[in-house]
Design a binder for this molecule. Structure first.
Ligand code: GLU
Ligand code: ZN
Length: 314
């Protein structure tokens, strides 16, 4: 049962898509709370998707789901795991290939770093080396890789620019780059998987941390190429560590799990998250839902500083 039936359930889904690379930290929990609340407030069903194509810590997905439940977040369908959806990604890749939108890339990371770059490209950007090779050059590229036991990566033949609309950031237009769709080791790249999943799962609202904002236009371009509707984007501020980096596992024990283990009640954790998103005094997810203004701008949050009572707990 959805926690709240404030509005009628509309077609379409919201989602939270954690990477199970470790335990849920406060930054993840805040994003999850927002994704859940915005979906519920819009009358959308809410999904959980485990993005486990890369960097998996065994057991982390189960622990993250458990922690979300302890914070009283709920979801409407069993979580899906990307590692079990390869056939969907390969099918989408096949369609892009048929449309002439994919090419093989034989470059190593080193090749890309060392190649002379057009001045308009940002550092580390792919310079397009393999985009227009002839059959002969491609065969040579394959051979060169095979000698070291590798396979070509597959890239999108990016064209033009793509515009998205974000609830907080407004319109954003960026050139569509030649993003990797399948890596040389055969692993499907995040940018393809996320678009295929959001498309097939009828995700109409994407809430996530704003370090992914600049990926949204290329993801929207991929969605359009694959015939999926482009979702509404809601990029929310990152939670930062003391020195201003993205809050991460290495920032120690500000995980939901460690806080609970240290005797911090769930209401205190939710209370701190709620205060950081403009709902001071709310102690449960349902109370957040009752009072959250979905249009209110959010601030970056440093859980280490200010009046957060959590840091003294661990
Ligand atoms: N799995 C990504 C992360 O944990 C989020 C991807 C997304 O929401 O599109 O950062
Ligand atoms: Zn290349």
């Amino acid at each position: 049962m959805p926690t709240t039936a404030l509005t009628q359930v509309r077609p379409g889904h919201g989602r939270y898509a954690p990477s199970p690379s470790g335990d849920l930290h406060l930054g993840n929990a805040r994003t999850a709370l927002l994704a859940w609340a915005y979906a519920r407030l819009d009358g959308l069903a809410f999904l959980l998707r485990i993005e486990d194509l890369d960097r998996v810590q065994p057991g982390a997905a189960e622990r993250q789901c458990e922690d979300l439940r302890l914070l009283a977040l709920d979801w409407d369908e069993p979580p899906v795991r990307q590692s079990q959806r390869t056939a969907h990604y390969e099918a989408a890749l096949g369609r892009l290939r048929e449309g002439g939108m994919v090419y093989e890339c034989y470059c190593s990371r080193r090749d890309i770093q060392d190649s002379p770059r057009a001045p308009h490209l940002p550092p580390g950007a792919y310079p397009g080396t393999c985009r227009d090779l002839d059959e002969h050059q491609r065969a040579a590229g394959r051979e060169r890789l095979a000698a070291s036991g590798r396979k070509p990566a597959l890239r999108l033949r990016g064209e033009g620019a793509s515009t998205i609309h974000d609830r907080f950031h407004g319109e954003l237009t960026l050139p569509v780059d030649d993003v990797v769709l399948r890596r040389g080791d055969g692993v499907i790249a995040y940018n393809l998987a996320v678009v295929v999943d959001d498309g097939l799962q009828h995700v109409t609202q994407v809430v996530r941390a704003d370090d992914l904002l600049s990926s949204a236009p290329r993801q929207a371009a991929l969605a359009r190429l694959l015939g999926y509707a482009v979702p509404e984007y809601v990029h929310v501020p990152l939670v930062l560590s003391e020195d201003g980096r993205r809050y991460a596992k290495r920032d120690g024990d500000l995980t939901v799990r460690a806080l609970l283990a240290a005797g911090c009640p769930p209401e205190e954790i939710v209370g701190a998250l709620a205060a950081s998103i403009g709902v001071p005094g709310a102690r449960t997810a349902d109370e957040v839902l009752g009072r959250l203004d979905p249009a209110a701008r959010l601030e970056v949050w440093w859980p280490h500083t200010g009046d957060s009572p959590l840091t003294s707990r661990v």
